[in-house]
Design a protein around this ligand. Structure first.
Ligand code: EPZ
Length: 418
């Protein structure tokens, strides 16, 4: 099992290339099941979650290649039974449900279990698909979905936390092949949902309103192939933004799209960061002294929950008291106990982390628990005195392409130890 060994103290500077978005690529890969024609996707990040999804597509009958960031798929026929062992391991694979139902009229998929960031229900996915005419029943950890035909209608997809990203994706993909018009109210507006809709439109779908809370899809008889370049990963960009700030550095996020990060940019400016956005990327320079801030995670365009752990790391070494409230996954605080081991002063009150900034963290062996928590521990290690060992690095490899190489190129002292 690999671990990352980080020696704190280096000030990061230079350019880092931001990879394609994992959370855009995953549903777009699932969407290729909607057509028997060839799809070509560029700027796909080489991550274990992506390779997992490619394996699932292959087992469903798609011919898949992946070379130099480009994926080609061709799915002449699609099986309706998803591979249990693969789907169990990656919650995001639930987004093959909509395409399989649209293509096959039925689907069998294992109920995604919970994960360390909290419960991961799919009740709203199933409710939306049921409203299109796809009945589902859960039995023995599997969900069996059948639909004689899909018929469009108005569907409210709100959850008690706001909207659902993959739930919106599933219903939108199924609706492309439903009879008539589907209107999704309380749709997720994340840039990744919009990127998926842009791909579906390229495939011949009729969609308007994507990227807003109200999306209208007029069903079509069939979808064709497409060629598309995946948008940059705004969470990777935000993570490297914090890496620059936490080390008092000055980094250029090559390829980052500031339009997808308005809230993150606003909160970083409140910390005192100097940020310059251009067509090429975002320049991030740390102030002499960071200011503590309060923040709340919300659905887009709010502050992203996937950046919450990284902000806890940053605030743990920022003078003053910060309050970070998690409203999407209220128990997404596995990183706090590990940050405490490094000397962070943080209390959890309900789903709010109250952080008293300390002068210095001290390096320690820590345990990664989920994708973003592990990134936060690496960020803390960059600034902690001494050496930090982040174990179970497979978590980080799920969502960050060559993070150790990219950080080393910016001047960090970080090694991957087999
Ligand atoms: C996507 O997950 C992302 N994953 C997550 O990123 C991200 O944290 C999340 O959206 C929120 O932005 C991918 O895009 C692959 P949700 P998703 O459905 O779609 C509740 C990462 O680190 N809910 O938007 O699964 C749910 O429990 C990952 O890259 C229901 O109650 O998340 C949560 O509290 C982690 N019923 C809230 O809604 C449902 O049927 C938002 O979840 C569905 C969701």
């Amino acid at each position: 099992m690999d671990k990352l060994v980080v020696k704190g103290g280096a000030r990061l500077s230079g350019r880092v290339k931001i990879s394609g978005s994992k959370n855009s690529a995953l549903p777009i890969l699932a969407a290729t099941l909607l057509t028997p024609e060839k799809c070509v996707l560029h700027n796909v990040p080489d991550l274990s979650d992506i390779r997992f999804m490619l394996e699932i597509l292959a087992q469903l009958g798609s011919e898949v290649t992946f070379e130099n960031g480009t994926v080609t798929t061709r799915a002449p026929k699609v099986k309706s039974e998803t591979p249990y062992d693969l789907v169990r391991k990656m919650r995001a694979s639930i987004c093959v449900l909509g395409p399989i139902i649209a293509r096959c009229g039925r689907a069998t998929i294992s109920e995604p279990g919970g994960c360390v960031i909290g419960d991961r229900p799919i009740d709203i996915h199933l409710k939306g698909l049921a409203m299109l005419g796809a009945e589902s029943r859960s039995e023995g950890g599997n969900v069996y979905v059948t639909s004689k035909e899909l018929v469009g209608r108005e569907i409210f997809l709100g959850t008690k936390f706001g909207s659902t990203v993959l739930g919106t994706d599933n219903v939108m993909m199924a609706a492309t092949r439903a009879k008539g018009v589907t209107i999704i109210e309380s749709a997720a507006c994340e840039p990744e949902v919009r990127d998926l809709a842009d791909v579906l439109v390229k495939m011949g779908a009729k969609i308007v309103g994507h990227g807003t809370r109200r999306v209208e899809i007029e069903g079509v008889d069939g979808l064709g192939g497409c060629e598309h370049t995946i948008i940059p990963d705004r969470i990777e960009a935000g993570t490297f933004m914090v890496a620059g700030l936490i080390t008092g550095g000055d980094v250029f996020l090559d390829g980052a799209n500031g339009d997808h990060m308005i809230n993150v940019i606003d909160r970083m400016k409140s910390c005192g960061a100097e940020l310059k956005c251009s067509g090429e990327g975002i320049q991030v320079a740390a102030p002499r002294k960071l200011s503590s801030i309060d923040l709340v995670t919300e659905t887009y365009p709010g502050f992203p929950t996937d950046m919450q752990a990284q902000m806890c790391a940053l605030m743990s070494v920022t003078p003053g008291i910060s309050a970070i409230t998690e409203k999407i996954f209220p128990s997404r605080f596995m990183h706090l106990s590990e940050l405490r081991r490094m000397g962070a002063k943080v209390d959890l009150e309900g789903s709010t982390a109250i952080i008293h900034g300390v002068k210095e963290l001290s390096g320690a062996p820590v345990m990664a628990s989920d994708l973003r928590a592990s990134a936060a521990l690496v960020l803390a290690g960059l600034v902690a005195g001494g050496t930090t060992e982040v174990n179970r690095v497979y978590h980080i490899d799920r969502g960050y392409e060559h993070i150790d190489q990219k950080l080393r190129a910016l001047g960090a002292e970080i090694e991957r130890v087999r």
